[in-house]
Design a protein around this ligand. Structure first.
Ligand code: GTP
Ligand code: MG
Length: 301
């Protein structure tokens, strides 16, 4: 299955809801008409696009409709798509050119961090990269075991310490091992829950400082994993994580399990951090590099 079909399938629940309603609103379009714009805005808000982003999209569409004198539904669908694509920002790639480079994966418990790391490890090893997985979630022994299974499955190297040990030390050892073994990419798993929230943020901060110190020359991506099924809740989590480390990208998981895929727009508009990947299932190949154009096409098509 190609990426486009996969994103369409991953969005199938969103499509049943949002696409059907959007298209029915668009079909009723017969030229400038305030009722149309109101219905459209409501549909976007109900699809978790968020109040702010929905208003922005509709305001921009109103301008385009009047400037270009659009009359037909196909024209207005095309214009809406252009606006949505633009709101999602540039299609981007992770910058991982140094050897090694490092990806720090953060997010609250259960959002899909470890699974996402497994999927990334699979994608990178398939590209011929040498990958090392660092078990920075030392809070539970089971967490390291779960990551170890992914390491084995994908042929990635694996560094872990005892349960309860210092995650920053795991990262320190992982960097040393990666330098010795000429690893291309280190991916660091982290805990999603500690005894309290400030512990968690301090821990992430400490990991971050070890990376600063040990590989100041290195390319680093900090990916925040958000669970699409939690909707707007994820946004406040993101604000917290932003304080602990500068985020370079979002991975939105479990898009296959929600009708509210519109959350992608709320995330981009509220956080100003681009969505880099979406998760559409539990299997190793269920991670899709995010492409604004394909996403908008899948939503409206
Ligand atoms: N349907 C679906 N399930 C997913 C996706 N990504 C992860 N999951 C499932 O979500 C559950 C939690 O995933 P984990 O990877 O263990 O989450 P985590 O963030 O590492 O959790 P903690 O280690 O407890 O912080 C697992 O059952 C995964 O299989 C996805 O894109 N779609
Ligand atoms: Mg985990």
């Amino acid at each position: 299955m190609g990426f486009f079909d996969k994103i369409k399938q991953g969005l199938s629940r969103t499509k049943e809801n949002m696409t059907v309603k959007l298209n029915s609103a668009i079909a009723s379009f017969t030229g400038e008409n305030e009722e149309f714009f109101e219905e459209l805005e409501e549909t976007l808000i109900l699809s978790d696009v968020g109040a702010e982003a929905s208003m922005e999209a509709v305001d921009r569409l109103r301008d385009v409709v009047s400037q270009r004198g659009l009359r037909g539904s196909d024209e207005v669908r095309g214009a809406l798509k252009e606006i949505l694509v633009d709101m999602l920002g540039e299609k981007g790639k992770l910058k991982l050119d140094s050897r090694p480079s490092i990806i720090l994966v953060v997010g609250v418990n259960g959002v899909g961090k470890t699974t996402t790391i497994g999927k990334l490890a699979q994608a990178f090893t398939q590209q011929g990269k040498k990958v090392l997985l660092a078990a920075g979630d030392t809070f539970r022994a089971a967490a390291a075991e779960q990551l170890g299974v992914w390491a084995e499955r994908t042929g990635a190297d694996f560094v872990r310490h005892e349960e309860g040990s210092d995650p920053a030390a795991v990262v320190f050892d992982s960097i040393a091992a990666a330098l010795a073994r000429k690893t291309d990419i280190i991916i660091v798993d982290t805990a999603g829950r500690l005894h309290n929230k400030s512990n968690l943020m301090n821990e992430l901060n400490k990991i971050s400082r070890v990376i600063d110190r040990e590989m100041p020359w290195g390319d680093r991506e900090t990916l925040l994993v958000l669970d699409a099924t939690t909707g707007q809740n994820g946004l406040s989590q993101a604000e917290e994580f932003k304080k602990s480390a500068p985020l370079t990208g979002i991975v939105l998981t479990k898009l296959d399990g929600t009708a509210k895929g519109g959350i992608v727009f709320a995330i981009t508009s509220r956080l100003g951090v681009p969505v880099r990947f979406v998760g559409v299932g539990e299997q190793a190949d269920d991670l899709i590099p995010f492409d604004p154009d394909e996403f908008a096409e899948a939503l409206l098509g």
